[in-house]
Design a binder for this molecule. Structure first.
Ligand SMILES: C[S@@+](CC[C@H](N)C(=O)[O-])C[C@H]1O[C@@H](n2cnc3c(N)ncnc32)[C@H](O)[C@@H]1O
Length: 460
């Protein structure tokens, strides 16, 4: 029998079900036969399996190029050393956003006829997210970056795909005199080969002492007055130093200093996005970012609670042996909606409540349940320590509640030891807080001879 740990690992979703590669991983042999430029990078194991050398930048870049061409009809290139994206992994993030936008957690905005507009923070030379989002789903994008090389190549990659070029605007983030580039200069720095071999700069040292972000603007001062977006996304510079960035010698996906490193690392970068979101509030329906470390995810989720967002969502992306997390939040008031109701002829029923504002926890819902039933004349016993309320309701009480004909009946409210008539309906409601904003409400009939249909009607 597999161990618990192994089972948990096996259960982890590796790839989003909508991802083009979820059932059909890239076929290197087929691609090599179709694309002569890819062929030299493919070799075969003793068992005859086609492989590429993941430590060879040219091989990974050519794989990305042919996958984008073959599967997405996209023409794409990046100069040597720039961060080379893996297409299946990047597609997962796009599909997660697609899920967020189509979920009912926050109300949909139909003002733009269903057109979806996103903002890609730090699009890189590869411009991968706008290219995928536009070609797969017809989304439009503003894609920002701060380096000249990223802007130049992102623009080229957009221009070389005229069928979607109208959908993507590349926007350069201005670097003021007092925002620091990794060189401590004005931020106009572009990648220099020399820097790659350097030990961490003095800025890295100061960054590890002071974890706050002090780079160029991210959203505030980049988003224009009156602009609105359905979402923003970001694959942030994850690391605080170049050494930290180069920890995985088994792959060569490139990545320049500016792409991989920022003062304070991802924690500081995403904290700034959160701070910007507090200013921009509902200019975005969803704010999202990738997070590279679970410890940072926890910190960022608690930061989000502090600033009073209405919804927080997280997900896990498994990329080979690497784990990344997706973090999403919103300031849009949630649509309170009951999902996954299980209304069957059972004496235990449950449903989930999603999108509850963070200040309302299980106890508040429990108190509302109590008030609701008290108002209908039923008797209630609330146990705050076990998050349970026991309810006894007569047929009249049930009718009053179902017909919305409720009034507060003080004598019943104050009486917790009502003698139960045989026809009374006795049931227990439990409320569990699973993650902030999501509650599981469970109702169970306490006596089998109680009226099952009344219970179903009241509970559902
Ligand atoms: C890890 S790379 C991600 C590139 C691409 N989105 C991807 O997923 O492959 C991070 C990018 O953020 C850019 N960047 C850093 N600070 C930025 C800022 N304040 N505004 C916009 N882009 C920034 C870097 O230049 C770099 O291109």
């Amino acid at each position: 029998m597999p161990s618990k740990k192994r089972r948990r690992k096996e259960e982890r979703p590796k790839i989003h079900p909508k991802n083009k590669y979820s059932d059909n991983p890239p076929d290197f042999a087929l691609l090599a036969s179709l694309y002569p430029t890819f062929k030299p990078f493919v070799f075969y194991t003793r068992e005859g399996r086609p492989r590429i050398d993941w430590t060879d930048f040219n091989a990974t870049r050519e794989l990305t190029r042919v996958l984008l061409l073959h599967d997405h009809n996209l023409h794409w290139w990046i100069p040597h050393g720039q961060l080379c994206p893996t297409v299946p992994n990047r597609s997962n993030y796009i599909h997660w956003i697609e899920d967020l936008l189509s979920s009912h957690i926050i109300p949909r905005d139909n003002t733009d006829g269903g057109n979806v507009r996103g903002f890609d923070i730090g699009t890189g030379a590869n411009c991968i997210y706008p290219l995928l989002g536009a070609s797969l789903l017809g989304w439009s994008f503003v894609a920002s970056d701060m380096t000249d090389v990223a802007i130049e190549w992102a623009e080229r990659n957009v221009k070389n795909n005229p069928n979607i070029s109208e959908l993507i605007e590349i926007r350069k983030v201005k670097c003021s005199q007092n925002t620091l580039s990794p060189e401590g200069l004005s931020g106009e720095s572009s990648y220099s080969e020399e820097r790659e071999g350097l030990p961490s700069s003095s800025l890295d040292i100061s960054a590890s002492e002071d974890k706050s972000y002090y780079g160029p603007a991210i959203l505030v001062d980049v988003v224009r007055d009156g602009e609105t977006f359905d979402f923003c996304m970001c694959n942030p510079p994850f690391f605080e130093s170049f050494e930290e960035a180069g920890l995985n010698p088994k792959t060569s996906c490139g990545g320049t200093y500016e792409e991989m490193v920022c003062p304070g690392g991802e924690k500081a970068f995403i904290t700034r996005i959160i701070e910007d979101s507090v200013v921009l509030k509902q200019s975005f329906r969803w704010y999202t970012s990738m997070v590279g470390r679970k410890v940072n995810l926890k910190f960022l989720v608690s930061k989000l609670r502090e600033v009073g967002v209405t919804v927080v969502k997280t997900t896990e992306f498994v990329q080979g042996k690497t784990f990344r997390w997706g973090l999403a939040w919103s300031f849009v008031p949630p649509a309170k909606k009951i999902v996954t109701p299980h209304v069957t002829e059972k004496n235990i029923l449950s449903f989930m409540l999603e999108g509850i504002q963070r200040q309302f926890g299980a106890i508040h819902v429990l108190q509302s349940v109590e008030s609701f039933f008290l108002a209908g004349g039923a008797s209630c016993k609330l146990n705050a320590s076990s998050f349970v309320v026991d309810i006894t309701a007569s047929a009249d009480h049930c009718n009053a509640l179902l017909n919305n004909d409720v009034k507060y009946i003080d004598e019943v409210a104050s009486c917790s030891n009502v003698q139960e008539a045989p026809s009374n309906l006795c049931f227990r409601i439990l409320v569990f807080q699973q993650i902030p904003g999501t509650l599981l409400v469970k109702g169970s009939l306490q006596h089998r001879d109680s009226a099952l249909s009344g219970f179903h009607l009241l509970f559902s």
